[in-house]
Design a protein around this ligand. Sequence first.
Ligand code: ATP
Ligand code: MG
Length: 292
Amino acid sequence: MATKRVRLPGPPPSAGSGSTLLTIEFPVEQPFLPTREHARFVEFAEACAHYRYIGVCHGRPGVGKTRSAREFAKFPDLTGYGAMDPIGPALAHQIAQCRAVFYTVAISNTPKSIDLLLGNGVLKIGFARMTVATGSYEGATYEKARLACPLVIVDEADRLTIKSLEHLRDMADRHGFGLILMGMPGLEKRLARYAQLYSRIGFVHEFKPLTETEMRLLLATHAADFAITFDPTDLDAIEAQAAVIRITRGNFRLMERIFAQMRRIMTLNHVEAVNTEIVQAARDCLVIGSGN
Ligand SMILES: Nc1ncnc2c1ncn2[C@@H]1O[C@H](COP(=O)(O)OP(=O)(O)OP(=O)(O)O)[C@@H](O)[C@H]1O
Ligand SMILES: [Mg+2]
C-alpha cells in the first residue's frame, strides 16, 4: 500500500505556453474494442437496413454510440470523389466494406444543408457501390444509385430542427433507405410528437453502458492503450481496478478520461504501479456529472 501522499497535477499551463512534459495527450484514437453492446447495435442496424425502417438509437453520453456506428458503417471519405469518377483499388475496397452512410448533424441545420451534405453522400456512395459491384458505370442511373444505399445513420439527431426531421423522413421515403436516428435518451419521446415520422419507426434501441463483467474483461486491454497495467497478482492493482469499474460505471468516455488522468498522475509521482489512491486522485481531477 502506498504511504506517500499522491501529488496532483498543478494548474494548467498558461495560454500559449504549449504542452508541458506532464501534459499527456492522446490525439490518436484508441483501437476499437468489440463489445456486446456493439454486437447488439450491429443486429439493430442490419434490421433497419433490411426492412428499410426508421430506427432510433439512444444512449447516455460517452457509452460509445458514435464509435460503434462508425465502426459498423465504415463510411469512406468521399470528399475528393465525384459520382462516375474512376475508382482506384484502395477506395474500391473501402466502398465494398461500407454498410451505411454516416452523417453527423451540424448544430445549425436546414433541409438545404442536409440535402447538400447527406443527399450528395447517398448518391455518391450509391454510384460508387454500383460501379464497384459491376465494374462499370454502364446502366447506372440516379434511381438505381439511390436504391444502392441501404442505410443512413444520422448522429447527433437531437440537433435536428422540426423542418430538418420532416425533410429526413421525406428523403427516407423517396430514396427508400433505412434510417437510424442516434442521440441522447429522450430522443424517442421527442420524436413521438411528429406523427408521420413516428408511425414509420420500426425499432427503438437503447445503447447501454458496459456491464461490470464485460468491463473486467476489457479493462486490461483498454488500460494498456493508455500505458496502464493492472497486475492481476497484485492486491493494490486489483483494488484499483475495482475502483475504476465503480467510478466509470461502464462508460467508455469516463474510462478514457480517468486513464488519461491516472497516467498523468503516475508520471508526476514517478510511479508505475497503480493503486486506489491514484484512481481516487484521478477521479478528483474529473468532472463527473449525473448524465455520465
Ligand atoms: N468499442 C469501443 N472501443 C474503443 N473505444 C471506444 C469504444 N466505444 C467508445 N469508445 C471511445 O469512447 C469515447 C466515447 O465514445 P462515443 O463518442 O462513441 O460516445 P457517444 O455515446 O457517442 O457519446 P455522445 O452521446 O456524447 O456523443 C470515444 O473516445 C470512443 O473512441
Ligand atoms: Mg456521439
